[in-house]
Design a protein around this ligand. Sequence first.
Ligand code: ZN
Length: 291
Amino acid sequence: MKTLNFGNVTIDRVQDWYGALLPLKDFYPTFDRGILESQRSWMEPHFLPLKGSPNEEMLHLSLHTFVVRSGKNLILVDTCVGNDKKRSTVPEFVNYKSDYLGKLAAAGVKPEQVTHVMCTHLHLDHVGWNTRLENGKWVPTFPNARYVFDRTEFEGWANRQDDHGLDGSYADSVLPVYEAGRADLVASDFALDDSVWLEPSRGHSPGHVCINIKGQKGQALMTGDSFHHPIQVAYPEWHSAFCMDLAMSTASRRKILDKLCDKDIWMLAAHFNTPTAAHVVSNGDRRRLKI
Ligand SMILES: [Zn+2]
């Protein structure tokens, strides 16, 4: 993704992982091959592999962090898988190791410079680099940052830490931050400054939020895991197998699409493949992405 430059605010993307995670038909319980094919023209090749290519049937996901520079604030949104985490449910993420910090450095970010870490929600692939292992103990990776968590999300998972979408991440990537006194538990309409504020998009998880970014010359909405794949821009009624409240997740997707459609607001989803940033435009009685 090229840097989005809104004048007084910029957004970059640092990727931690890309790959084919699992079959689309397993990820989307209402998967329909005919529907997917009907939308192929605008999705390939970035968002849908070319016909006949390897892993064509699989859901391809990018795991990335958005780096936001807004005035004095240097903000990371969603922190991917992390290193050395003892996961069990997704083989690719068990004891995963990446040069994420090196990639951040290449983007001009040193850990101590980060002022805020914000998580759209607390699933394992959004909190991993919140912490790193130091002498056998999980410590905040970004020592000077405030970690901004939606209070409903933080409290909603406290008694459900064995959920397969967390897989141990609450204990090693969320609680150590809280116990170190670095967490701010905020309301779903929290505003960090004039350019960065939350809005609720419940359903995928108990306290899922989107993050608005607005500068002098542009605007974006970080939609987290309200959407995993662009097919849901055309078919928001497709919920993922990992959504907690199916009806609410669909309602949140529709609300987001109504806000973005045919407007000059970038959609920045947590898992859309390169180039990631796109606009939502009308497409007959449905919608599509325009890159
Ligand atoms: Zn995710």
